[in-house]
Ligand binder design. Sequence first.
Ligand code: GLC
Length: 643
Amino acid sequence: MLTKYCFGAHAETGAVTAAVKEGEALPYFSAVKEGTGTRFCCPLGEDDVVFGLGETMRGIDKRGGRYVSFNTDNPHHEDDMPSLYGSHNFFILDGERTFGAFFDTPARIIFEIDYEGSGKIDILAEQGVTVYLVEGENANDIARQFLAAIGRSYLPPLWAFGFGQSRWGYKTEKDVRKIAARYKKAGMPLEYICLDIDYMDRYIDFTVNKKRFPDMKGLVKEMKARGVRLVPIVDAGIKIEPHNPVYEEGVKEGYFCKNLEGKDFQAAVWPGMTHFPDFLQAKAREWFGRQYKFYTDLGFEGFWNDMNEPAIFYSEYNTSRLGDKSCGDPLYKGGARLSDYKSFTHNVDGKMVSHWDVHNIFGAKMTEASSEGLEKLLDKRFLLFSRSSYIGAHRYGGIWTGDNSSTFHMLRRNVTMMPGLNMCGFLFSGADTGGFGGNCSRELLLRWLAFSVFTPLMRDHTTIFTRHQECFRYRGKRDFGSILSLRYRLLPYIYSEFMKAALSSDLYIRPLAFAYPKDARARHIEDELLVGDSLLAAPVLEKGAKGRKVYLPEEMTEVRWNGKEFLTREVPQGERFVTVPLGEVVFYIRKGKCIPVGKGGMNTKEIDLSDVTLLGGGSEYTQYLDDGFTRECSAKNLRVLSK
Ligand code: GLC
């Protein structure tokens, strides 16, 4: 059951779609006015676990951390990094009292969860906030109720679950052809290649660099015929460029954010000085969404939206690049200066609102704009993922977790972030596999891929400053081929579980604690996850490890994929060391359940979701099955498979 409590006014975020009754007095928390906002406090029991908060650092259990919801472009993902690219203000306290709470506000809000051993949750909402309290039987039930209240997840096409290769630095059509050809030659599957900013003319959205890509339409068609789609990046800022029709129209119609003098605000991003579309205006959203026609006319069906926190390198008010610490605010570690976010405004229903007050929904509104535009432009499902987000954007697209780096610690954080993202609605998500910054070793890439086979978005991406990170660049290609082929073997399960979860307001990835709440050990497990209803993933997360210790809360079927076949055996409840050579993947099927595996293929065009074998001790599996792209998705597409 959800109840809401209002503490001051704020601009509508659009996060909650269900009608929720207003309660009289917020239980569990004390609430005291502080400045323009409210401070909330709730004591924590010794054994309470706090789940959620989506894209935040630290573990699955958020205790011990300070998390500042303030969307930030920052590639330094240390554990004490208070802010990343999204704001996902929902958590579940699981313990003596179990409840969920969503602090809905477009402005900055700070969560201190047993910070420095305080023994309490301390929350400072700096401005108006609506608190949604979710009560239910247990953490899993609470998460499901919350998912139902925020509306159905975005539904990607089947091909979006294939393996994508990306790199900031693919500059020409020759580069693109080479990547596809080398994957093919290496015998490794590949579904799509992402085009980073270099495909554009001087990094200007809705343009193509004609010298580098003389026939983009032809290239998109040619690659698609080979089973490889192309996915262009779209940045938030529109370059100030007289005669560019998008720029001209935006200025003329008043679709850009205004500066303190009421003129169009200027901030530098990749193309140099830009204006930011005022995504909070419905008309501006519609206009921005319409621009994707440029891409759909070229044949593109997938997109990634970037720099939409919005990232600012410097602005008309702060013209020098003074770096991170220049803002003088100890809370902030991002590249932009906080004062920039106080220097422009949005037009919300005719009222000028400071960006500062609505900062956290800017990226989400960009996703909404593109998604609604694409719905009109295309007659089938499309791939869309964004860097910045707020709860509610999950109905319009997925997210990736930004500029991580090539370390085992980042891989671990990819694992611990996934359940929180799911609780906040972002079922379609994943990290830059192999890491964005830094040089990825062969071992790390293999271990990372072996985890990413379970995440809906599976994309290898890296920067222009690092070594090439495509799987075929590394020695021992058979190991890479083995793991990539597992993804395609598992797609009947992954796709079915994702669609079932999305259609029934359920999680696709959850902590063990949600399924085994009475198992004291499972409640605190941070390095194993449940993927869908039947599968337990236990990725190897340590450098140099020959395998890992796995704890199973009940007896299960152990499945070892060795690149050729699935070897299964029954294993008892408890802990054991499992040897996992590089290039192999070991996972588990829960007691009494099974999973469908297919014959695989080099891309989703080649796979047949209906031609499956059931693995595991159970006797039945309910499979979601459709053509992978039509919009109508419902429980009608379920079929029961028996052994
Ligand atoms: C940002 C994105 C990254 C991209 C780069 C260049 O850092 O997060 O994924 O490669 O910009 O566009």
